[in-house]
Design a protein around this ligand. Structure first.
Ligand SMILES: [Zn+2]
Length: 301
């Protein structure tokens, strides 16, 4: 275990929250955030009312909008107050619009397109060094609000329902070993409202090879990354790489009118069992059936 990076991250939070009022208010706001919970068989899906996330849930990510805006992940356009930790070719930054009580955004230093395969080994190493965190990736067409600038995010590992669901469901036989590749094992979660694979391995090379097997099985056009959200956890000498293939980016409810509208923009966090609703009325109105419907549209059954 390498705690050095974790200590630096703690220092970064202390420093940034002492001087950056907007970020401090948003992190403070999380302490009193409202949560609803819908119970399913053996797991739950949570809904968080988080008005600060309008900036992300409501973001326009079409090519024209992206091309015309200043990229908020490029160092030149970041707020003056923002500081980071240099890690390889990345800057580790606090996310000023948090979902997690510890939430990081980790952009590469150069402005290059969001894609996973060339950088996935960095994700493994980050997860190993940031032991209290999960590191996650939103595909450019399924959740990344900067699809043109490669970045990961990280959040405290105890916060994402997917992680505890996996260990709980595995214990009661609700995971199926679908493939063994070298020293990696690929499991499929069963009866979980959406398809989630978890690759387990203590070896980074085998982990990547197993991931590529899944990835290649979904490739249609070699230049286009299959839509997916990915979560990486390192625990007791082993990686757990969750791969969630995606269906639609946003559900029909996103653009519906009036009392049919639900502003839920599914990214990794949502398909991992935590829906974010920036609009109070939508938070109050969303039902269990809506949760099932949105997951059905936005993932693979
Ligand atoms: Zn950029």
């Amino acid at each position: 275990m390498n705690c050095e990076l974790g200590l630096k991250v703690n220092e970064l939070f202390d420093q940034q929250l002492s001087v950056w009022e907007m970020a401090r208010n948003n992190f403070e706001g999380l302490k009193t955030v409202q949560i609803r919970e819908f119970d399913f068989d053996g797991f739950a899906v949570k809904v968080q009312f988080n008005p600060a996330r309008m900036v992300s849930s409501g973001a326009k990510v079409d090519a024209k909008t992206i091309a015309e805006r200043k990229c908020f992940l490029c160092a030149a356009n970041r707020p003056e107050v923002q500081r980071g930790i240099e890690w390889r070719d990345y800057d580790i930054l606090i996310n000023p619009f948090p979902i997690f009580t510890r939430h990081l955004t980790i952009p590469r230093r150069e402005h290059v397109d969001q894609r996973l395969v060339p950088y996935i080994a960095d994700m493994f190493d980050l997860a190993r060094e940031l032991t209290d965190f999960v590191v996650f990736y939103n595909g450019p067409k399924c959740g990344a609000s900067a699809p043109d600038h490669m970045h990961f995010q990280a959040g405290n590992a105890d916060f994402l329902p997917l992680v505890s669901d996996y260990f709980n469901l595995k214990q009661v036989g609700r995971t199926e070993l679908v493939e063994t590749a070298d020293t990696a094992e690929i499991y499929l979660m069963k009866d979980y409202l959406r398809v989630v694979y978890c690759i387990e391995s203590a070896d980074a090379v085998a982990l990547k090879e197993a991931f590529m097997k899944l990835y290649n099985s979904w490739v249609v056009d070699a230049d286009v990354e299959p839509m997916m959200n990915v979560v990486c956890l390192y625990r007791e000498g082993k990686w757990y790489l969750f791969v969630i293939p995606r269906g639609a980016f946003r559900p029909w409810q996103y653009t519906a009118e009036g009392d049919k509208q639900l502003l839920v923009s599914p990214a990794t966090v949502e398909v991992s069992g935590l829906f974010i609703t920036p609009v109070k009325e939508h938070f109050e109105r969303i039902t269990k059936e809506d949760v099932v419907d949105i997951l059905t549209q936005c993932t693979i059954k």
